[in-house]
Each structure stands twice: as C-alpha cells, then as structure tokens.
Write a protein that binds this ligand. Sequence first.
Ligand code: PGA
Length: 250
Amino acid sequence: MRRPLIAGNWKLHKVCDEAVDFARELLDAVGSKTEVDVMVAPTFTSLFPVCQTLKSSPISVGAQDIFWESKGAWTGEISAEMIASTGATHVIIGHSERRQFFGETDETVNKKLKAALSCDLTPLVCIGETDEERSTGKTFDVLKGQIKGAFEGLSPDELAPVVLAYEPVWAIGTGNTATPEMVQEVHAFLRQFVAEFTQKDLANGMRILYGGSVKSGNIAELMALEDVDGALVGGASLEVESFKGIVRYN
Ligand code: PGA
C-alpha cells in the first residue's frame, strides 16, 4: 500500500517570516492528523525556522535542491548533512527549472540522489518531457533516459526511499494540466520501466507523484488514477486555502 504524498514546492517565494506564518496557518488548517503525507519545500533560508515551527507535526519539510559534496571549497552550495541538520527530511532533486536554467543533468541528479540517500533524506526525483519532446513522440525515451541516469549505480535497496515525480515541463506553471489519460499512461509506463530497470517490488512500492498545474479543482481526478500516489504542487501550494484543498482532495 503506497501512502500518498502531497508536496508543496514554494520555489522562490516567501521570506522567513512569511514562511513561518504560512507553516503555522497550514498546520492549523490541516490539523494534527492527515490522511496523506504532506511536505512543504521552502527556500534554504527558511528551512530551519519552518522545521522548528512544524516540529512534531505531521507536515514534513524538504529542501528544493542539494549539492552532492559533503564539504569543501564550494562557495554557495548546501550539503545533504546541512539540510538534514535543519530538521528537513526530504529534498527535491532534478526539478525541471534546475535542468532548464541551472545546468542540471541526469549525471548531477544521480550525484545529488546519492548524497541525499547517504544522509537519509527522502528524495523526490523529478522527471518530465518538454512540449517539443512530447510532440515529436520522444516522451517515453526521455523519461527512460532520465530514470536510468538518476538511478545509475544504486541498488534496489538503496532506491527504496525514492519518490518519483513526473512533471511534464509543458504543464508546469502553465495551467495546462495533463489529462488523466495521459497521466495514467505515463505513470503506468514509469512503474513498468522501474520494475524492468531495477526490481518489481521496488517499482510496486515506489510513490510516483504527478506535478504540473495541480490545483484543488483537479486533484481528485488525478488521485483517483491507479498509478498516481500524490502530487508535487507549485503555484497552488502558496496559499493555505488552495493547498488545504489539495491535501484533502477537494
Ligand atoms: P505548478 O508547479 O504546480 O505551479 O505547475 C509544479 C512544480 O514545478 O513542481
């Protein structure tokens, strides 16, 4: 049984005070017990105070990125150990905005994934095709390549905590959610491919989230799909009301 995860990616939004206030309001709104796992990913600068605010609550906290080295002369970078030391338990890796604007590759995703796992952070590995890749029939090859690249050199046991997030690039921040048919088709394919590439049990237990213009109005139909185990939410996670609606599927 895969317990669903609803994760909010705040991207470049909310200074410390806003992040802490939001975390408090969210906790009041979703209550001390949730039907699903809930995670929020503030900016690095708000990780510690948000973790303090959500300590002993059902809401987990994650970072939006990570660096693969543990220490050294790497100005501006943040290691897995540093993220874990804030109280954060999750980390988003390979988000399409990192791939598009900051030179993230399958190889760096792989290094980051290994770093996250070595510090017991739960990684949310993001994959997804662009508009052009979909229209030229490359979707499945692109996704296969991203999975192979990300999982390279890791055993099924090591991969057990991994959460996969399928986020078609053309659906992120555009209001163009993929249709339920498209989402189920891709998620079923991903589970099948992970089974072939690693192990069937691992694939059956792996949570595969959908991301890309998820909102309270479309979450229920997405969650009803057999291979959708939650959502990675950007824009609609920035307001308590809309995120609450997603966490409750209404
Ligand atoms: P969106 O972003 O919900 O605003 O489309 C999703 C994401 O980037 O994870």
